[in-house]
Ligand binder design. Structure first.
Ligand code: KG4
Ligand code: ZN
Length: 333
């Protein structure tokens, strides 16, 4: 079964064709990143306008690369939340137009669930249940993935997302947007000082908090104008990532599962990959990271999980509305 996936929740306009949930026939992404970079973050209006301008072309490319016409599509999967309202509206409206004209089912996808499904598309032997760690620019959470489409939350961030912290620290140091890849690279040139920034405590053992760390970096930079950028990057990254590693291991221990899957843009972080793999090897756990092209926002993961949803009959009428604040495990459909 071939599913066309559409993703437009933030600054990436993406369309993909995936067969039977796993075989990626095409995955096209156009980003409006360059338009947002001068502002140090995503500007919702610019993102929405850019989606309108390119979505048709991206869809054409995805079909051409998959070597099929619209009539070869069995269902239209689309991100309906969470995300920027204007941006989501563009993808959903486009999807509805296709579903109506082709008379194919409209499959509503939770963007967060799709990030976690990306691990299953990477490693086909990886079957739920297991623990999921979702780390992106908008979300940081640990959950039990009960099935490809069912989740229960174990803990989440009380304030900033980890990717957001990377972006904000990068901006404070004048390193540009998005901050994750820049800090990851720069950190390799510095030596982390574990005493430089505090490790945040949270009331719930599996929750996260990143706003205190961000403020600590801000105050440090203000105190010493001649700071060593690589040392700050390495120390910030070390503190931010160690919080993810310690909570993930705690979640595995607490739930009794032996597999951890990691998805979202921050899953690209080299220190996170290294530390989780080392810890897992030592403690006998299995860690699966989504492959790099499935970590940051893409539509292959939307089409992939769309197939699982369609099998469960989870399709929506054309009155489907966007859900900008959609939560994992509380899908409307
Ligand atoms: O999943 P994603 O593409 O979009 C959201 O759904 O948010 O994640 C984007 C986030 C950004 O905050 C970006 O700085 C971060 O992922 N990121 C990284 C790395 N590459 C991207 N963070 C840390 N290390 C990286 N190598
Ligand atoms: Zn995302």
């Amino acid at each position: 079964m071939k599913i066309l996936g559409i993703e437009s929740s933030c600054d990436e306009t993406a369309v993909a064709v995936v067969e039977d949930g796993k075989q990626v026939l095409s995955s096209c992404v156009a980003t409006s990143l360059d338009l947002h970079a001068p502002f140090g973050g995503v500007i919702p209006e610019i993102a929405a306008r850019s989606h309108v301008e390119v979505i048709d072309r991206v869809a054409q490319d995805a079909l051409t690369q998959a070597g099929i016409g619209l009539s070869g599509i069995d269902g239209i999967a689309v991100t309906y939340g969470p995300g920027l309202p204007g941006a989501l509206l563009v993808g959903l409206s486009f999807a509805k137009g296709l579903a109506l004209s082709l008379q194919r089912p409209l499959i509503p996808v939770n963007h967060l669930a799709a990030h976690l499904y990306a691990a299953q598309m990477t490693d086909s032997t990886c079957e739920p249940p297991y623990v999921g760690l979702l780390v992106s620019g908008g979300h940081t959470l640990l959950c039990v993935v009960e099935s490809a489409t069912r989740f229960s939350i174990l803990g989440e961030t009380r304030d900033d997302a980890v990717g957001e912290a990377f972006d904000k620290v990068s901006r404070l140091m004048g390193l540009g947007y998005p901050g994750g890849p820049v800090i990851d690279r720069l950190a390799k040139e510095g030596i982390a000082d574990a005493t430089l920034f505090p490790r945040c405590q949270t009331k719930q053992a599996l929750d996260f908090s990143y706003s205190g760390l961000k403020t600590a970096v801000y105050q440090y930079l203000k105190r010493d104008a001649s700071y060593d950028k690589a040392r700050v990057a390495a120390s910030f990254q070390d503190t931010a990532i160690s919080m993810l590693v310690s909570r993930s291991l705690k979640a595995l221990k607490r739930t009794g599962y032996s597999t951890l899957v990691v998805g979202g843009g921050v899953a690209l972080n080299s220190l996170l990959r290294k530390q989780l793999c080392e810890a897992a090897q030592k403690q006998g756990y299995h860690v699966v990271f989504a492959k790099p092209e499935l970590c940051s926002d893409n539509a292959a993961m939307i089409a992939g999980i769309g197939y699982e949803l369609l099998k469960e009959g989870r399709v929506a009428p054309l009155s489907l509305a966007i859900e900008p604040n959609l939560v994992l495990g509380q899908e409307v459909w």
